[in-house]
Ligand binder design. Structure first.
Ligand code: HEC
Ligand code: HEC
Length: 304
């Protein structure tokens, strides 16, 4: 017997829904890179330490309050990190084989740091700024890995995130990656100096300055047409200032003054770098070699 009109419509609807769900499922499924995608590279832990500081890994992966007596410079993880979707406890990055990343392969590390995919094949939440780390040279990421491997292991089990429907959120992140995430690596501007380009790399890649200082589009991705124009704080509270025209607006005398602000912060009276996470960024920047701080200042001071 022929299907009724209503039945046909319902069947068509079901097909569309299923196709939509299949598409959403496919689009939200992570696609990790294979081992063969890694560049041939002899890792340099000393360079890795510089990038670890530029990238601010410790700010989020610092030892949590449960880890009494653990050296605060070790990224043993477990400190609460609040986001609009809930509280995360960024995990242990020390080489402990059981609770840290001691047994991870290089490709697992690169997939996590540059593509936001865990070794279990789940999407990681972009509060972990892999959106910016995607712009880094993969060699630099491998160097961070070598630096982490040189640290003493700390036993600190992962703490479960307090995020309602985390599974669904991770799938949603997969869709978002598909729609809006630009994972092109950083490229130099040949019309600019080597130091300006170094500063641009540090700001746009490891330094992840865009994550806070660049406003987001309706798709929640950095709106590069308004790059560094400031905007709402990604943590949900307060505002992040613009980095454009800092010299013209008289906030800093020149690039050297801005470099001094990155190096000394509030301690030397530079008060606009202390709150909303910027204090931790400044502390990390103060650990960089002088040439890198100057390069970063040269680039930021050039933003019109
Ligand atoms: C702004 C905070 C922040 C910064 C900076 C940060 N992370 Fe994370 N990281 C997180 C959060 C939050 C998670 C957990 C994400 C999740 O569960 O989806 C995470 C997860 C990870 C993971 C995945 C661990 C796992 O078990 O899957 C690795 C690896 C990692 N981070 C390494 C790094 C490295 C290396 C750096 C510096 C280059 C860094 N992170 C900087 C917040 C941060
Ligand atoms: C976690 C978010 C966050 C990140 C990441 C971040 N900033 Fe900031 N930044 C802020 C906030 C918030 C302020 C305002 C702080 C204050 O007024 O105490 C600020 C202030 C500043 C200022 C001072 C602006 C002024 O008007 O004097 C400069 C310069 C700056 N940031 C540069 C950078 C650079 C360079 C990077 C990347 C290496 C960076 N920031 C990364 C949040 C962030």
């Amino acid at each position: 017997m022929a299907m009724s009109r209503m039945g046909l419509l319902a069947a068509a609807g079901a097909v569309i829904l299923t196709a939509g769900a299949a598409l959403a499922w496919g689009m939200s499924t992570p696609h990790p890179l294979a081992e063969a995608a890694l560049p041939a590279h002899v890792a340099d832990a000393a360079n890795g330490k510089i990038l670890f500081n530029a990238a601010g890994c410790l700010s989020c992966h610092k030892p949590g309050p449960d880890l009494k007596g653990v050296d605060a410079s070790l990224p043993a993880g477990g400190a609460p990190f609040k986001t609009p979707v809930g509280v995360f406890y960024p995990p242990n990055l020390t080489p402990d084989p059981e609770t840290g990343i001691g047994t991870w392969t290089d490709i697992q590390f690169v997939n996590a740091v540059q593509h936001g995919i865990s070794p279990e094949g789940e999407n990681l939440i972009p509060a972990f700024p892999y959106t910016s780390y995607a712009r880094m040279k993969t060699e630099d990421v491998l160097d961070i890995r070598a630096y982490l491997a040189s640290l003493p292991p700390v036993s600190a089990p992962e703490k479960e995130a307090e995020v309602p429907a985390a599974w669904l959120v991770r799938r949603g992140v997969g869709l978002w990656k598909h729609l809006g995430l630009d994972t092109a690596q950083w490229t130099p501007d040949p019309t600019q100096s080597a130091s300006w380009n170094r500063g641009s790399y540090l700001a746009n890649g490891p330094g992840h300055c865009n994550e806070c200082h660049t406003p987001r589009s309706s798709l929640m991705v950095a709106d590069m047409s308004r790059q560094f124009a400031g905007g709402p704080h990604p943590g949900g509270e307060g505002k992040v200032p613009s980095l454009r025209g800092l010299i013209a607006r008289g906030k800093y005398k020149d690039a050297a003054d801005l470099a001094s602000a990155f190096q000394n912060g509030e301690m030397m009276g530079y008060e606009d770098m202390s709150s909303g996470g910027m204090g931790e960024v400044q502390t990390n920047l103060s650990k960089l070699p002088d040439a890198d701080v100057q390069a970063l200042a040269e680039y930021i001071a050039s933003l019109k």
